[in-house]
Ligand binder design. Structure first.
Ligand code: SAH
Length: 344
């Protein structure tokens, strides 16, 4: 039985017609689910009891149980959600002066194998469905009694490796009758799956695309990110240029600085050369330590020097504020949990 939150409005309308129901009923149900954040069909009181019973036989309205909630000294919160199979995933809520940003997971585990990231390495589970992506937002809104304003696909998983479900979730998020959060408030981060970047460009969404670049030579990048063996830097940058041309949107490049690895003036010079003339922005991140990870953070002075070099050479760069590292909620620190032996 599928979760009703897996369907965008158009698809739900089609299904209602197949069920011999009027399309506008689908719209009523859809709107009710996302505006009231209900967890049971019984509460959808703008439709008949009969239809509610029919829907119960057809779909579920599964909501997440919070297995664990942690709060950082900086206010960042991390949730461990029970997916009610053998899996659990993590989601992070950050509070900024302009509102709440949620960092959602798109897969259970990750196949990319980046050496500095805790989300990978453990055997891959599966893709999250659109409803499971959406439910992270709904569950946090329910728990905290807030309205989330920004969404970043920077949790566990590679969003472009779960392309269809992520795009479908974005449709539900965008829909004024759904979560009603504009595409401009959504960022998708990718390790660089080149063909999917071309596909995404054609969708002409207003979302921000973030590219996890992290290095400026193929030798270094392949060591950090195995995906680079398949899609090397030159191909990645070409895809980014196509994305900018097609969408007219600025790309954000993520660059996590690690000691004795990618922090030198030579690296900064190569980065300038690589990105010169592109409509882009560089986000510098002090690399976060992960268990058994060999990369260590560079010094603050080095990050500032690196940023200043980029800025004085025509590349807009900022240093990302580090949030939630004390509760392992910072970039790269999220991981799937296997509950196979739950209760044990
Ligand atoms: N798979 C996607 C999205 C998840 S990672 C991607 O690769 O972009 C979200 C961001 O955190 C990416 O920019 C990623 O490179 C970065 N990241 C991963 N591990 C990190 C670490 N240990 N320290 C700092 N940033 C990290």
């Amino acid at each position: 039985m599928r979760n009703i939150k897996d369907y965008d409005l158009e698809e739900l309308k089609k299904q209602f017609i197949d069920l011999n129901e009027k399309a506008y009923r689908a719209e009523q149900v859809f709107k009710w689910i996302y505006t009231t954040n209900t967890t049971t069909f019984d509460e959808i009181t703008n439709i008949s009891l009969e239809l509610r019973e029919k829907l119960k036989k057809q779909y579920n309205l599964k909501s997440y149980k919070i297995l664990k909630k942690q709060e950082s000294y900086d206010g960042t919160k991390k949730y461990l959600f029970d997916l009610s199979d053998e899996n659990a995933i993590e989601t992070v809520l950050m509070s900024y002066h302009h509102g709440y940003t949620i960092c959602v997971s798109s897969q259970i585990g990750c196949k990319m194998g980046c050496k500095f990231c805790a989300s990978t390495g453990i055997p891959f589970g599966r893709n999250l469905t659109s409803g499971e992506i959406i439910e992270q937002i709904l569950a946090v809104q329910r728990e905290e009694n807030i309205k989330i304003s920004n969404i970043v696909f920077m949790g566990i998983g590679e969003p472009l490796d779960n392309y269809d479900n992520v795009l479908n979730a974005i449709k539900i998020i965008n829909n004024p009758k759904g979560l009603n959060i504009g595409a401009r408030h959504i960022s998708i981060s990718t390790s660089g799956i080149v063909p999917k970047i071309y596909d995404l460009a054609k969708e002409k969404l207003q979302c921000t695309l973030s590219i996890s670049l992290h290095a400026t030579t193929d030798e270094k990048r392949s060591k950090m990110m195995p995906i680079n063996n398949k899609y090397p830097i030159r191909e990645l940058i070409e895809a980014c240029k196509d994305y900018i041309k097609t969408t007219n949107k600025r790309i954000s490049f993520e660059y996590a600085l690690a000691k004795n690895n990618n922090e030198t003036l030579e690296d900064a010079k190569r980065l300038v050369k690589l990105l010169k003339g592109m409509l882009c922005h560089v986000n510098l991140i002090p690399i976060n330590k992960i268990e058994n990870g060999k990369y260590i953070k560079t010094t603050n002075e080095n990050i500032i020097k690196f940023r200043n070099y980029l800025n004085t050479n025509g590349i807009v760069a900022t240093i990302r504020r580090e949030l939630g590292s004390d509760i392992e909620a910072a970039c790269g620190q999220l991981r799937r949990k296997n509950l196979k032996n739950r209760g044990g």
